[in-house]
Design a binder for this molecule. Structure first.
Ligand code: HEM
Length: 514
Protein backbone atom coordinates (compact mmCIF):
# COMPACT_ATOMS: atom_id res chain seq x y z
CA UNK A 1 0.00 0.00 0.00
CA UNK A 2 1.32 3.42 -0.84
CA UNK A 3 2.48 5.23 2.27
CA UNK A 4 0.18 8.21 1.80
CA UNK A 5 -2.87 5.94 1.51
CA UNK A 6 -1.83 4.22 4.70
CA UNK A 7 -1.38 7.60 6.38
CA UNK A 8 -4.86 8.74 5.31
CA UNK A 9 -6.46 5.57 6.62
CA UNK A 10 -4.56 5.77 9.87
CA UNK A 11 -5.40 9.40 10.45
CA UNK A 12 -9.04 8.91 9.59
CA UNK A 13 -9.23 6.05 12.09
CA UNK A 14 -7.60 8.16 14.81
CA UNK A 15 -9.92 11.01 14.00
CA UNK A 16 -13.02 8.82 14.25
CA UNK A 17 -11.73 7.18 17.42
CA UNK A 18 -11.17 10.52 19.12
CA UNK A 19 -14.51 11.76 17.93
CA UNK A 20 -16.18 8.66 19.23
CA UNK A 21 -14.52 8.83 22.65
CA UNK A 22 -14.96 12.56 23.11
CA UNK A 23 -18.49 12.76 21.86
CA UNK A 24 -19.96 9.58 23.37
CA UNK A 25 -22.44 10.63 26.01
CA UNK A 26 -21.94 9.36 29.52
CA UNK A 27 -25.35 7.76 29.70
CA UNK A 28 -26.43 5.33 26.98
CA UNK A 29 -29.22 6.80 24.89
CA UNK A 30 -31.91 4.76 23.27
CA UNK A 31 -31.43 5.52 19.61
CA UNK A 32 -33.94 4.12 17.11
CA UNK A 33 -33.22 0.43 16.54
CA UNK A 34 -30.83 -0.74 13.86
CA UNK A 35 -28.14 -3.27 13.09
CA UNK A 36 -25.00 -3.55 15.19
CA UNK A 37 -22.25 -1.25 14.00
CA UNK A 38 -18.48 -1.31 14.39
CA UNK A 39 -17.55 1.31 17.00
CA UNK A 40 -15.57 3.63 14.75
CA UNK A 41 -16.46 2.84 11.19
CA UNK A 42 -20.17 2.16 11.64
CA UNK A 43 -22.28 -0.05 9.39
CA UNK A 44 -19.78 -1.29 6.87
CA UNK A 45 -22.19 -2.27 4.14
CA UNK A 46 -23.61 1.27 4.03
CA UNK A 47 -20.30 3.08 3.73
CA UNK A 48 -19.87 4.83 0.38
CA UNK A 49 -23.43 4.00 -0.68
CA UNK A 50 -25.93 6.70 -1.56
CA UNK A 51 -29.33 6.51 0.16
CA UNK A 52 -30.76 5.44 -3.19
CA UNK A 53 -28.36 2.50 -3.41
CA UNK A 54 -29.27 1.58 0.15
CA UNK A 55 -32.98 1.25 -0.55
CA UNK A 56 -33.08 -2.59 -0.54
CA UNK A 57 -31.09 -2.65 2.72
CA UNK A 58 -33.39 -0.06 4.27
CA UNK A 59 -36.46 -2.05 3.25
CA UNK A 60 -35.12 -5.16 5.03
CA UNK A 61 -34.19 -3.16 8.10
CA UNK A 62 -37.62 -1.53 8.33
CA UNK A 63 -39.26 -4.96 8.03
CA UNK A 64 -37.14 -6.10 10.97
CA UNK A 65 -37.02 -3.01 13.21
CA UNK A 66 -40.04 -0.86 12.30
CA UNK A 67 -40.62 2.50 10.60
CA UNK A 68 -37.83 4.43 12.32
CA UNK A 69 -34.32 3.02 12.31
CA UNK A 70 -30.81 4.26 12.92
CA UNK A 71 -27.60 3.34 11.17
CA UNK A 72 -24.09 4.46 11.84
CA UNK A 73 -22.62 5.68 8.62
CA UNK A 74 -19.26 7.07 9.71
CA UNK A 75 -19.14 8.48 13.20
CA UNK A 76 -22.65 9.86 13.56
CA UNK A 77 -26.07 8.21 13.68
CA UNK A 78 -28.21 8.52 10.58
CA UNK A 79 -31.90 8.06 11.13
CA UNK A 80 -34.33 6.90 8.45
CA UNK A 81 -38.08 7.43 8.71
CA UNK A 82 -40.36 5.50 6.34
CA UNK A 83 -43.73 6.15 7.93
CA UNK A 84 -46.03 9.04 7.15
CA UNK A 85 -47.34 9.56 10.71
CA UNK A 86 -43.84 9.54 12.21
CA UNK A 87 -42.85 12.04 9.48
CA UNK A 88 -45.87 14.15 10.47
CA UNK A 89 -44.91 14.02 14.15
CA UNK A 90 -41.40 15.19 13.30
CA UNK A 91 -41.90 17.72 10.53
CA UNK A 92 -45.28 19.22 11.42
CA UNK A 93 -45.93 18.60 15.13
CA UNK A 94 -42.27 19.18 16.09
CA UNK A 95 -41.55 21.37 13.08
CA UNK A 96 -39.13 23.83 14.70
CA UNK A 97 -36.97 21.10 16.26
CA UNK A 98 -36.58 19.14 13.02
CA UNK A 99 -35.92 22.20 10.85
CA UNK A 100 -32.15 22.22 11.06
CA UNK A 101 -29.59 20.89 8.57
CA UNK A 102 -26.44 18.97 9.45
CA UNK A 103 -23.22 21.00 9.44
CA UNK A 104 -21.97 21.11 5.84
CA UNK A 105 -18.93 19.05 4.96
CA UNK A 106 -15.91 21.04 3.82
CA UNK A 107 -16.40 20.57 0.07
CA UNK A 108 -19.99 21.74 0.34
CA UNK A 109 -18.95 24.74 2.40
CA UNK A 110 -16.92 25.93 -0.57
CA UNK A 111 -19.82 25.70 -3.02
CA UNK A 112 -22.38 27.14 -0.61
CA UNK A 113 -20.15 30.05 0.55
CA UNK A 114 -20.13 28.63 4.05
CA UNK A 115 -23.81 27.64 4.07
CA UNK A 116 -25.05 31.00 2.78
CA UNK A 117 -27.75 29.41 0.72
CA UNK A 118 -31.25 28.37 1.65
CA UNK A 119 -31.05 24.61 1.48
CA UNK A 120 -27.89 24.18 3.55
CA UNK A 121 -28.19 27.08 6.03
CA UNK A 122 -28.82 26.06 9.64
CA UNK A 123 -32.23 26.89 11.10
CA UNK A 124 -31.69 30.53 12.11
CA UNK A 125 -31.81 34.15 11.05
CA UNK A 126 -29.73 33.86 7.85
CA UNK A 127 -31.87 30.98 6.58
CA UNK A 128 -35.05 32.89 7.47
CA UNK A 129 -33.89 36.02 5.64
CA UNK A 130 -32.77 34.18 2.49
CA UNK A 131 -35.86 32.00 2.37
CA UNK A 132 -38.21 34.95 2.92
CA UNK A 133 -36.44 36.86 0.15
CA UNK A 134 -37.05 34.00 -2.30
CA UNK A 135 -40.65 33.29 -1.30
CA UNK A 136 -41.75 36.92 -1.14
CA UNK A 137 -39.68 38.57 -3.85
CA UNK A 138 -39.82 35.82 -6.49
CA UNK A 139 -42.39 33.18 -5.64
CA UNK A 140 -45.38 35.26 -4.56
CA UNK A 141 -48.32 34.99 -6.97
CA UNK A 142 -48.01 38.46 -8.57
CA UNK A 143 -44.32 38.00 -9.27
CA UNK A 144 -44.82 34.52 -10.69
CA UNK A 145 -47.42 36.03 -13.02
CA UNK A 146 -44.84 38.54 -14.25
CA UNK A 147 -42.79 35.64 -15.59
CA UNK A 148 -45.57 34.41 -17.89
CA UNK A 149 -43.86 35.87 -20.98
CA UNK A 150 -40.70 34.00 -19.91
CA UNK A 151 -42.72 30.78 -19.82
CA UNK A 152 -44.15 31.47 -23.28
CA UNK A 153 -40.66 32.17 -24.65
CA UNK A 154 -39.37 28.89 -23.25
CA UNK A 155 -42.40 26.94 -24.48
CA UNK A 156 -41.63 28.26 -27.94
CA UNK A 157 -38.05 27.05 -27.67
CA UNK A 158 -39.20 23.63 -26.47
CA UNK A 159 -41.87 23.17 -29.14
CA UNK A 160 -39.37 24.25 -31.79
CA UNK A 161 -36.89 21.63 -30.62
CA UNK A 162 -39.52 18.89 -30.45
CA UNK A 163 -41.28 19.39 -33.72
CA UNK A 164 -39.48 22.06 -35.67
CA UNK A 165 -39.76 20.12 -38.94
CA UNK A 166 -43.59 20.10 -38.87
CA UNK A 167 -44.00 16.37 -39.57
CA UNK A 168 -43.88 13.41 -37.20
CA UNK A 169 -40.53 13.03 -35.50
CA UNK A 170 -38.77 10.42 -33.43
CA UNK A 171 -36.74 11.69 -30.49
CA UNK A 172 -34.23 9.51 -28.70
CA UNK A 173 -33.72 11.70 -25.67
CA UNK A 174 -36.65 13.99 -25.17
CA UNK A 175 -35.31 14.59 -21.63
CA UNK A 176 -32.43 16.69 -22.98
CA UNK A 177 -34.97 19.13 -24.39
CA UNK A 178 -36.98 19.22 -21.15
CA UNK A 179 -33.83 19.93 -19.17
CA UNK A 180 -32.69 22.64 -21.54
CA UNK A 181 -36.10 24.34 -21.54
CA UNK A 182 -36.37 24.32 -17.76
CA UNK A 183 -32.83 25.63 -17.49
CA UNK A 184 -33.54 28.54 -19.86
CA UNK A 185 -36.58 29.46 -17.80
CA UNK A 186 -34.69 29.50 -14.52
CA UNK A 187 -31.74 31.40 -16.01
CA UNK A 188 -34.12 34.09 -17.23
CA UNK A 189 -35.88 34.29 -13.83
CA UNK A 190 -32.51 34.38 -12.10
CA UNK A 191 -30.45 36.81 -14.21
CA UNK A 192 -33.14 38.57 -16.24
CA UNK A 193 -31.32 37.76 -19.50
CA UNK A 194 -32.58 35.86 -22.55
CA UNK A 195 -29.27 34.27 -23.43
CA UNK A 196 -28.19 32.54 -26.59
CA UNK A 197 -27.87 28.78 -26.68
CA UNK A 198 -24.05 28.78 -26.46
CA UNK A 199 -24.13 30.90 -23.30
CA UNK A 200 -26.89 28.75 -21.78
CA UNK A 201 -24.80 25.67 -22.47
CA UNK A 202 -21.76 27.29 -20.87
CA UNK A 203 -23.69 27.92 -17.66
CA UNK A 204 -25.22 24.44 -17.75
CA UNK A 205 -21.77 22.86 -18.08
CA UNK A 206 -20.12 24.70 -15.15
CA UNK A 207 -23.14 23.99 -12.96
CA UNK A 208 -23.19 20.28 -13.78
CA UNK A 209 -19.43 19.84 -13.48
CA UNK A 210 -19.49 21.33 -10.02
CA UNK A 211 -22.42 19.17 -8.91
CA UNK A 212 -20.94 15.98 -10.31
CA UNK A 213 -17.48 17.00 -9.10
CA UNK A 214 -18.66 17.45 -5.52
CA UNK A 215 -19.53 13.79 -5.28
CA UNK A 216 -16.00 12.80 -6.23
CA UNK A 217 -14.64 15.00 -3.46
CA UNK A 218 -16.31 13.15 -0.63
CA UNK A 219 -13.07 11.62 0.64
CA UNK A 220 -11.69 15.13 1.09
CA UNK A 221 -14.39 15.76 3.65
CA UNK A 222 -13.22 13.05 6.02
CA UNK A 223 -10.54 15.13 7.70
CA UNK A 224 -10.20 18.37 5.78
CA UNK A 225 -7.29 19.88 7.70
CA UNK A 226 -5.31 16.77 6.89
CA UNK A 227 -6.53 15.98 3.36
CA UNK A 228 -6.00 19.61 2.34
CA UNK A 229 -2.26 18.98 2.70
CA UNK A 230 -2.16 15.39 1.60
CA UNK A 231 -4.56 15.62 -1.32
CA UNK A 232 -3.74 19.17 -2.27
CA UNK A 233 -4.20 18.53 -5.96
CA UNK A 234 -7.78 17.31 -5.50
CA UNK A 235 -8.68 20.28 -3.33
CA UNK A 236 -7.27 22.55 -5.98
CA UNK A 237 -9.47 20.85 -8.55
CA UNK A 238 -12.54 21.59 -6.44
CA UNK A 239 -11.47 25.21 -5.98
CA UNK A 240 -10.89 25.45 -9.74
CA UNK A 241 -14.44 24.18 -10.46
CA UNK A 242 -15.81 26.83 -8.18
CA UNK A 243 -13.63 29.49 -9.86
CA UNK A 244 -14.92 28.36 -13.27
CA UNK A 245 -18.47 28.72 -12.00
CA UNK A 246 -17.75 32.23 -10.73
CA UNK A 247 -16.07 33.04 -14.05
CA UNK A 248 -19.36 32.35 -15.84
CA UNK A 249 -21.92 33.64 -13.32
CA UNK A 250 -20.23 36.81 -12.01
CA UNK A 251 -20.35 38.65 -15.41
CA UNK A 252 -24.08 37.88 -15.60
CA UNK A 253 -24.62 39.39 -12.15
CA UNK A 254 -22.52 42.44 -13.05
CA UNK A 255 -24.27 43.08 -16.34
CA UNK A 256 -27.60 42.85 -14.54
CA UNK A 257 -26.36 45.35 -11.95
CA UNK A 258 -25.61 47.77 -14.79
CA UNK A 259 -29.00 47.20 -16.39
CA UNK A 260 -30.70 47.74 -13.05
CA UNK A 261 -29.29 51.27 -12.78
CA UNK A 262 -30.99 52.24 -16.05
CA UNK A 263 -34.16 50.23 -15.62
CA UNK A 264 -36.40 52.19 -13.31
CA UNK A 265 -38.33 53.90 -16.12
CA UNK A 266 -38.74 50.81 -18.24
CA UNK A 267 -42.41 49.72 -18.07
CA UNK A 268 -41.67 46.17 -19.15
CA UNK A 269 -39.04 45.73 -16.48
CA UNK A 270 -39.42 42.40 -14.68
CA UNK A 271 -37.62 41.84 -11.39
CA UNK A 272 -35.29 38.85 -11.38
CA UNK A 273 -33.70 36.90 -8.51
CA UNK A 274 -30.33 38.68 -8.82
CA UNK A 275 -32.03 42.09 -8.38
CA UNK A 276 -33.41 40.97 -5.03
CA UNK A 277 -30.05 39.54 -3.92
CA UNK A 278 -28.17 42.72 -4.85
CA UNK A 279 -30.52 44.72 -2.63
CA UNK A 280 -30.54 42.34 0.32
CA UNK A 281 -29.05 43.45 3.65
CA UNK A 282 -28.08 41.20 6.54
CA UNK A 283 -29.30 42.97 9.72
CA UNK A 284 -27.44 40.60 12.02
CA UNK A 285 -24.16 41.42 10.29
CA UNK A 286 -24.23 45.20 10.47
CA UNK A 287 -26.58 45.48 7.47
CA UNK A 288 -23.88 44.40 5.07
CA UNK A 289 -24.89 43.30 1.56
CA UNK A 290 -24.29 39.82 0.25
CA UNK A 291 -20.85 39.42 -1.25
CA UNK A 292 -20.35 38.17 -4.80
CA UNK A 293 -19.49 34.63 -3.70
CA UNK A 294 -22.73 34.39 -1.72
CA UNK A 295 -24.75 35.74 -4.63
CA UNK A 296 -23.18 33.12 -6.91
CA UNK A 297 -24.04 30.36 -4.43
CA UNK A 298 -27.64 31.51 -4.16
CA UNK A 299 -28.04 31.78 -7.95
CA UNK A 300 -26.51 28.35 -8.35
CA UNK A 301 -28.96 26.91 -5.82
CA UNK A 302 -31.87 28.57 -7.64
CA UNK A 303 -30.84 27.05 -10.99
CA UNK A 304 -30.16 23.59 -9.56
CA UNK A 305 -33.24 23.41 -7.34
CA UNK A 306 -35.72 23.88 -10.16
CA UNK A 307 -34.08 22.31 -13.22
CA UNK A 308 -33.46 18.59 -12.76
CA UNK A 309 -36.36 18.20 -10.30
CA UNK A 310 -38.95 19.68 -12.64
CA UNK A 311 -37.57 18.20 -15.87
CA UNK A 312 -37.33 14.68 -14.44
CA UNK A 313 -40.91 14.99 -13.14
CA UNK A 314 -41.94 16.09 -16.63
CA UNK A 315 -40.20 13.10 -18.20
CA UNK A 316 -41.83 10.63 -15.76
CA UNK A 317 -45.25 12.14 -16.41
CA UNK A 318 -44.85 12.08 -20.19
CA UNK A 319 -43.56 8.50 -20.00
CA UNK A 320 -46.75 7.45 -18.21
CA UNK A 321 -48.85 9.38 -20.70
CA UNK A 322 -47.18 7.43 -23.51
CA UNK A 323 -47.53 4.15 -21.63
CA UNK A 324 -51.26 4.76 -21.04
CA UNK A 325 -52.80 6.13 -24.26
CA UNK A 326 -56.23 6.24 -22.57
CA UNK A 327 -54.85 8.80 -20.06
CA UNK A 328 -53.43 10.89 -22.89
CA UNK A 329 -56.73 10.76 -24.77
CA UNK A 330 -58.73 11.77 -21.72
CA UNK A 331 -56.35 14.66 -21.01
CA UNK A 332 -56.45 15.85 -24.62
CA UNK A 333 -60.26 15.72 -24.68
CA UNK A 334 -60.46 17.70 -21.47
CA UNK A 335 -58.09 20.38 -22.76
CA UNK A 336 -60.20 20.55 -25.94
CA UNK A 337 -63.37 21.01 -23.90
CA UNK A 338 -61.79 23.81 -21.82
CA UNK A 339 -60.34 25.76 -24.75
CA UNK A 340 -63.40 25.04 -26.96
CA UNK A 341 -64.23 27.79 -29.41
CA UNK A 342 -60.82 29.44 -29.01
CA UNK A 343 -58.63 28.77 -31.98
CA UNK A 344 -55.44 28.64 -29.96
CA UNK A 345 -52.03 27.19 -30.50
CA UNK A 346 -51.01 27.49 -26.88
CA UNK A 347 -52.93 26.47 -23.77
CA UNK A 348 -52.79 29.65 -21.71
CA UNK A 349 -52.16 29.76 -18.00
CA UNK A 350 -55.69 30.91 -17.22
CA UNK A 351 -57.01 27.67 -18.74
CA UNK A 352 -54.94 25.42 -16.52
CA UNK A 353 -57.02 25.47 -13.35
CA UNK A 354 -60.10 24.43 -15.33
CA UNK A 355 -58.47 21.21 -16.50
CA UNK A 356 -59.06 19.01 -13.43
CA UNK A 357 -57.63 15.92 -14.98
CA UNK A 358 -54.34 17.72 -15.67
CA UNK A 359 -53.78 18.41 -11.97
CA UNK A 360 -54.65 14.78 -11.17
CA UNK A 361 -52.06 13.54 -13.71
CA UNK A 362 -49.35 15.80 -12.25
CA UNK A 363 -50.13 14.80 -8.65
CA UNK A 364 -50.05 11.13 -9.59
CA UNK A 365 -46.73 11.67 -11.37
CA UNK A 366 -45.20 13.26 -8.27
CA UNK A 367 -46.61 10.55 -5.99
CA UNK A 368 -45.43 7.62 -8.07
CA UNK A 369 -42.15 9.19 -9.22
CA UNK A 370 -40.99 11.81 -6.70
CA UNK A 371 -37.89 13.46 -8.20
CA UNK A 372 -36.04 13.07 -4.93
CA UNK A 373 -36.58 9.80 -2.99
CA UNK A 374 -35.17 11.17 0.27
CA UNK A 375 -35.62 14.93 0.07
CA UNK A 376 -32.82 16.82 1.80
CA UNK A 377 -31.26 15.65 5.04
CA UNK A 378 -32.65 17.23 8.21
CA UNK A 379 -31.12 17.60 11.64
CA UNK A 380 -32.66 18.27 15.06
CA UNK A 381 -31.83 21.53 16.81
CA UNK A 382 -31.58 19.59 20.11
CA UNK A 383 -31.81 15.98 21.32
CA UNK A 384 -35.47 15.08 20.97
CA UNK A 385 -37.67 12.05 21.62
CA UNK A 386 -39.54 10.62 18.64
CA UNK A 387 -41.66 7.48 19.00
CA UNK A 388 -39.87 6.74 22.28
CA UNK A 389 -36.37 6.98 20.78
CA UNK A 390 -33.76 9.70 21.01
CA UNK A 391 -32.99 11.60 17.85
CA UNK A 392 -29.65 13.19 18.78
CA UNK A 393 -28.76 16.71 17.74
CA UNK A 394 -25.55 15.55 16.07
CA UNK A 395 -27.35 12.93 13.98
CA UNK A 396 -28.93 13.35 10.58
CA UNK A 397 -32.50 12.50 9.68
CA UNK A 398 -33.77 11.28 6.31
CA UNK A 399 -37.39 10.97 5.28
CA UNK A 400 -38.16 8.21 2.80
CA UNK A 401 -40.29 10.27 0.47
CA UNK A 402 -40.79 7.56 -2.19
CA UNK A 403 -41.79 4.87 0.33
CA UNK A 404 -44.30 7.21 1.96
CA UNK A 405 -45.99 8.02 -1.37
CA UNK A 406 -46.16 4.32 -2.26
CA UNK A 407 -47.55 3.09 1.06
CA UNK A 408 -50.13 0.36 0.26
CA UNK A 409 -52.02 1.21 3.48
CA UNK A 410 -52.84 4.63 2.00
CA UNK A 411 -52.72 4.09 -1.76
CA UNK A 412 -54.49 1.15 -3.35
CA UNK A 413 -52.28 -0.59 -5.91
CA UNK A 414 -49.58 2.03 -5.23
CA UNK A 415 -47.23 1.18 -8.08
CA UNK A 416 -49.96 1.70 -10.71
CA UNK A 417 -50.29 5.10 -12.41
CA UNK A 418 -53.90 6.13 -11.76
CA UNK A 419 -54.66 9.86 -11.84
CA UNK A 420 -58.29 8.99 -11.03
CA UNK A 421 -57.33 8.51 -7.40
CA UNK A 422 -57.15 12.31 -7.15
CA UNK A 423 -60.63 12.86 -8.62
CA UNK A 424 -64.03 12.99 -6.93
CA UNK A 425 -67.50 13.32 -8.44
CA UNK A 426 -68.83 16.84 -8.70
CA UNK A 427 -72.44 17.98 -8.31
CA UNK A 428 -73.01 18.08 -12.09
CA UNK A 429 -72.23 14.42 -12.65
CA UNK A 430 -68.68 15.10 -13.81
CA UNK A 431 -65.49 14.90 -11.81
CA UNK A 432 -63.20 17.39 -10.17
CA UNK A 433 -59.79 17.13 -8.55
CA UNK A 434 -59.76 16.59 -4.79
CA UNK A 435 -58.52 19.41 -2.57
CA UNK A 436 -55.25 17.61 -2.07
CA UNK A 437 -53.01 19.30 0.49
CA UNK A 438 -49.41 18.97 -0.67
CA UNK A 439 -48.12 20.67 2.47
CA UNK A 440 -49.22 17.73 4.64
CA UNK A 441 -50.27 20.01 7.48
CA UNK A 442 -53.28 17.88 8.57
CA UNK A 443 -51.81 14.57 7.52
CA UNK A 444 -49.04 13.40 5.23
CA UNK A 445 -50.06 11.02 2.43
CA UNK A 446 -47.19 11.85 0.12
CA UNK A 447 -44.42 14.44 0.37
CA UNK A 448 -42.64 15.00 -2.96
CA UNK A 449 -41.77 18.54 -1.81
CA UNK A 450 -40.98 17.62 1.79
CA UNK A 451 -43.13 19.04 4.61
CA UNK A 452 -42.87 21.51 7.46
CA UNK A 453 -40.64 24.55 7.77
CA UNK A 454 -38.09 23.30 5.27
CA UNK A 455 -40.67 22.27 2.69
CA UNK A 456 -39.72 23.23 -0.84
CA UNK A 457 -40.57 26.94 -1.22
CA UNK A 458 -40.82 26.45 -5.00
CA UNK A 459 -43.64 23.91 -4.93
CA UNK A 460 -46.40 26.11 -6.40
CA UNK A 461 -44.05 27.34 -9.12
CA UNK A 462 -43.04 23.75 -9.91
CA UNK A 463 -46.72 22.71 -10.12
CA UNK A 464 -47.41 25.62 -12.48
CA UNK A 465 -44.43 24.71 -14.69
CA UNK A 466 -45.52 21.08 -14.86
CA UNK A 467 -49.16 21.91 -15.62
CA UNK A 468 -48.20 24.45 -18.27
CA UNK A 469 -45.73 22.22 -20.10
CA UNK A 470 -47.71 18.95 -19.86
CA UNK A 471 -50.89 20.66 -21.13
CA UNK A 472 -49.09 22.21 -24.08
CA UNK A 473 -47.09 19.11 -24.96
CA UNK A 474 -50.28 17.04 -25.12
CA UNK A 475 -52.17 19.79 -26.93
CA UNK A 476 -49.55 20.10 -29.68
CA UNK A 477 -48.47 16.49 -30.22
CA UNK A 478 -49.75 12.98 -29.99
CA UNK A 479 -47.15 11.10 -27.95
CA UNK A 480 -46.45 7.46 -28.76
CA UNK A 481 -43.56 5.10 -28.05
CA UNK A 482 -40.85 5.14 -30.70
CA UNK A 483 -41.46 2.06 -32.80
CA UNK A 484 -41.08 -1.18 -30.87
CA UNK A 485 -39.97 0.56 -27.71
CA UNK A 486 -41.54 -0.43 -24.45
CA UNK A 487 -41.65 2.30 -21.82
CA UNK A 488 -39.27 1.16 -19.13
CA UNK A 489 -39.90 2.74 -15.74
CA UNK A 490 -36.61 1.62 -14.13
CA UNK A 491 -34.96 4.30 -12.04
CA UNK A 492 -31.44 5.61 -11.53
CA UNK A 493 -30.20 8.36 -9.28
CA UNK A 494 -27.82 11.07 -10.43
CA UNK A 495 -26.65 13.52 -7.79
CA UNK A 496 -29.88 13.96 -5.78
CA UNK A 497 -32.47 13.32 -8.47
CA UNK A 498 -34.07 10.10 -9.69
CA UNK A 499 -34.19 9.87 -13.49
CA UNK A 500 -35.47 7.26 -15.95
CA UNK A 501 -32.69 4.69 -16.30
CA UNK A 502 -33.56 4.34 -19.98
CA UNK A 503 -34.51 7.83 -21.12
CA UNK A 504 -37.86 8.23 -22.84
CA UNK A 505 -37.79 7.73 -26.62
CA UNK A 506 -40.87 8.96 -28.41
CA UNK A 507 -42.62 9.50 -31.69
CA UNK A 508 -44.34 12.88 -31.81
CA UNK A 509 -47.13 13.50 -34.31
CA UNK A 510 -48.37 17.10 -34.54
CA UNK A 511 -52.11 17.35 -33.84
CA UNK A 512 -54.28 18.76 -36.56
CA UNK A 513 -56.72 20.96 -34.63
CA UNK A 514 -54.85 24.22 -35.32
C1 HEM B 1 -40.82 19.30 -9.20
C2 HEM B 1 -39.98 20.21 -8.74
C3 HEM B 1 -39.42 20.24 -7.34
C4 HEM B 1 -39.37 19.25 -6.39
C5 HEM B 1 -39.91 17.83 -6.47
C6 HEM B 1 -38.71 19.81 -5.22
C7 HEM B 1 -38.48 19.10 -4.05
C8 HEM B 1 -37.84 19.63 -2.94
C9 HEM B 1 -37.59 18.90 -1.73
C10 HEM B 1 -38.00 17.46 -1.46
C11 HEM B 1 -36.93 19.73 -0.88
C12 HEM B 1 -36.42 19.40 0.52
C13 HEM B 1 -37.50 19.66 1.55
C14 HEM B 1 -37.05 19.31 2.95
O1 HEM B 1 -35.93 19.59 3.34
O2 HEM B 1 -37.85 18.71 3.69
C15 HEM B 1 -36.75 20.99 -1.57
C16 HEM B 1 -36.12 22.09 -1.02
C17 HEM B 1 -35.93 23.27 -1.70
N1 HEM B 1 -36.41 23.60 -2.95
FE1 HEM B 1 -37.46 22.40 -4.18
N2 HEM B 1 -38.36 21.10 -5.49
C18 HEM B 1 -38.78 21.41 -6.77
C19 HEM B 1 -38.66 22.64 -7.41
C20 HEM B 1 -38.12 23.77 -6.85
C21 HEM B 1 -38.08 25.06 -7.48
C22 HEM B 1 -38.71 25.41 -8.84
C23 HEM B 1 -37.40 25.90 -6.63
C24 HEM B 1 -37.08 27.38 -6.75
C25 HEM B 1 -37.08 28.06 -7.82
C26 HEM B 1 -37.02 25.12 -5.46
C27 HEM B 1 -36.30 25.60 -4.39
C28 HEM B 1 -36.00 24.87 -3.25
C29 HEM B 1 -35.22 25.40 -2.14
C30 HEM B 1 -34.58 26.79 -2.06
C31 HEM B 1 -35.19 24.39 -1.15
C32 HEM B 1 -34.52 24.48 0.23
C33 HEM B 1 -35.57 24.85 1.27
C34 HEM B 1 -35.01 25.00 2.68
O3 HEM B 1 -34.05 24.35 3.03
O4 HEM B 1 -35.58 25.80 3.43
N3 HEM B 1 -37.48 23.83 -5.65
N4 HEM B 1 -37.33 20.92 -2.82
Amino acid sequence: MESWVFLVILSVLIHFLLNHILKSPVLPRKLPPGPLALPIIGNLRCLRKSSFEMKPILRDLHAKYGPIISLRIGPRPTIYIADRSVAHQALIQNGAVFADRPAALSGRKIVSSNQYNINSAGYGSTWRLLRRNLTWEILRAARVKSYSSARNWVLDILLGRLGGSGGASVLDRVMDHFQYAMFCLLVLMCFGHKLEETKMKEIEIVQRRLLLGLKGFETLNLWPSFTKILLKRRWNELLQLRKDQEGVLVPLVNSRREKLKAATEDEDFVVCYVDTLLGLELPEEGNRNLNMGEIVSLCSEFLNAGTDTTSTALQWIMANIVKHPEIQEKLYEEIKRVVAGNCISIVQEEHLHKISYLKAVILEGLRRHPPSHFGLTHAATEDVILEGFVVPKEGSVNFEVAEIGRDPKVWEDPMAFKPERFLVNDSEGGSKVTEFDLTGIKEIKMMPFGAGRRMCPGYSLAMLHLEFFVANLVWRFEWTAAQGDEIDLSEKQEIMTVFMKNPLKVRLSPRTHH
